[in-house]
Design a protein around this ligand. Structure first.
Ligand SMILES: NC(=O)c1ccc[n+]([C@@H]2O[C@H](COP(=O)([O-])OP(=O)(O)OC[C@H]3O[C@@H](n4cnc5c(N)ncnc54)[C@H](O)[C@@H]3O)[C@@H](O)[C@H]2O)c1
Length: 436
């Protein structure tokens, strides 16, 4: 036994007044109940097919709720009084609207008796109500269960890690920034202080005291450490921003997995590696996702929130909320190489390097061309230096190993040479260009 098909003609929105205007006893219907003032479809109203006075066929929750209320009113719809035929005292045959044809008989197996129909309507209404209730309570429970991230541990105090630490601390989170040596961490903290000074110049241009307070508060929220394992015991979120190397990242996550509490969410800021592979190195695949910030973090508004097939909805929503809390605009993407931005951007930068390698144009002219011709704020070589040539090389090498025949992912001898010479871009003072 399957569901009886609802007649198509009855799928019309109905107002509460529609049913009121239906003459329940006689089966006479108002023009509105016919489907609008004009009875536009010229079809027979559903009154003849459902409970007396209740349009029977629309299965939408509001119509079903309406029907249910009518069920309560009309205890036994099969016993509705029929009009007496004039002079005979005998019940008149059920009337149909003037001009309306009698309903075409349905196949016998689909025809339901009135009590059965009323039962069906009631069951549908009940099921729909239960479904709506369950759905809304699921959403409420998910929202209630979302993790409010307050304490953040950031591993890697380089370009990205320091930037993420800055925006997280500035937005009131308590942050521990971790790197391999105190020397690196001193450099990171100095960089953050300088960046904060730039921020207050804009944000608190005419309120220097408020600006100084902002810096003080932000730095108060920030501490540093060289021992990740010892600081993750009370953290809500670990964001990894270390070297773009899967083995190194996996090793770090494996270690932290042993020391971090159960509720802690792990996230990687990787530009190009598979989040799923990192999640699989831990025992918390459902509490693992990608949080891909952009450089420079304090300026760039975007965060790509990456959901693997194992990332729970709660984790995903907590990461989205965290991104918003640090003042960013999150977009979501599946765990696909390069996510959204880099999948488009990296092949473009590599094509610029190939153009230069072939001697078709100078790097300076390529940069000028893309800035003035395409309206990009930076040329591809300036951007490569900014991102870091080692990071760019890791990305392209990784993709090349996945798809060796894809010409967009072909490695560049020039990029490899610069990385070998430790000319990594702005961060080392030299890349494609020299920086003081
Ligand atoms: N540079 C960008 O524009 C950019 C943008 C988005 C995402 N990312 C990603 O962010 C990550 C970091 O990139 P970055 O540019 O900040 O690199 P970076 O080289 O500037 O910084 C990496 C830092 O991690 C530290 N580190 C390395 N291994 C460590 C470990 N085991 N424990 C603690 N610290 C460790 C290093 O000492 C270094 O300070 C990479 O995964 C990269 O793909 C980079």
């Amino acid at each position: 036994m399957g569901w009886t098909r609802w007649p198509r003609r009855s799928f019309q929105p109905r107002r509460l007044s529609d049913s009121a205007s239906v003459s329940s006893g006689s089966g006479q219907v108002s023009a509105e109940a016919k489907g609008g003032p004009q009875g536009s479809l010229g079809r027979r109203p559903s009154v003849s097919r459902g409970l007396a006075g209740v349009p029977a066929a629309c299965p939408c929750p509001c119509c079903l709720a309406l029907k249910e209320s009518e069920v309560a009113k009309v205890k036994d719809p099969t016993r509705l009084p029929r009009r007496r035929a004039a002079g005979t005292g005998q019940p008149e045959p059920a009337a149909f609207p003037r001009g309306g044809a009698r309903p075409s008989p349905r196949p016998a197996r689909l025809r339901l008796t009135r009590p059965r129909r009323s039962l069906r309507a009631f069951a549908m209404a009940f099921a729909t109500r239960q479904f709506v209730r369950a759905a809304s309570s699921d959403a409420a429970t998910a929202a209630a269960k979302k993790l409010l991230i307050k304490h953040v541990t950031i591993i890697g105090g380089g370009l990205m890690g320091a930037g993420i630490a800055q925006v997280a601390a500035a937005s009131g989170h308590t942050v521990v920034l971790v790197d391999q040596s105190d020397e690196i961490l001193k450099k990171s903290t100095k960089g953050i202080e300088e960046s904060l000074k730039r921020v207050i110049k804009k944000k608190f241009a005419d309120k220097p005291e408020a600006g100084a307070e902002f810096i003080q508060k932000t730095l108060k929220n920030l501490t540093t450490s060289t021992d990740a394992a010892s600081v993750v015991h009370s953290t809500d979120l670990v964001i990894e921003a270390i070297v773009e190397n899967l083995e190194v990242k996996n090793k770090l996550f494996q270690t932290l997995d042993k020391f971090a509490p159960e509720h802690t969410i792990f996230a990687s800021n990787t530009s190009s590696l598979q989040i799923t592979k990192m999640a699989n190195a831990t025992t918390r695949q459902d509490r693992f996702g990608g949080l891909h910030f952009f450089n420079p973090v304090p300026m760039m508004k975007l965060v790509e929130v990456i959901k693997t097939p194992m990332t729970s909805q709660k984790t995903f929503e907590s990461l989205v909320d965290f991104s918003k809390a640090v003042g960013k605009s999150p977009v979501s993407c599946k765990d696909t190489p390069g996510f959204i931005v880099n999948r488009l951007l990296v092949p473009y930068m590599m094509e610029a390097v190939r153009l230069f390698e072939r001697g078709d144009a100078s790097k300076e002219d390529i940069d000028v061309a893309m800035k003035l011709g395409a309206g990009y704020p930076m040329g591809p070589f300036e951007l490569l230096d900014y991102v870091g040539l080692d990071t760019s090389k890791y990305i392209i090498d990784g993709w090349h190993s996945l798809e060796p025949n894809n010409p967009l992912f072909a490695p560049s001898p020039l990029l490899n040479k610069l990385v070998e010479e430790k000319k990594l871009g702005k961060k080392t003072g030299e890349g494609f260009y020299k920086y003081k």
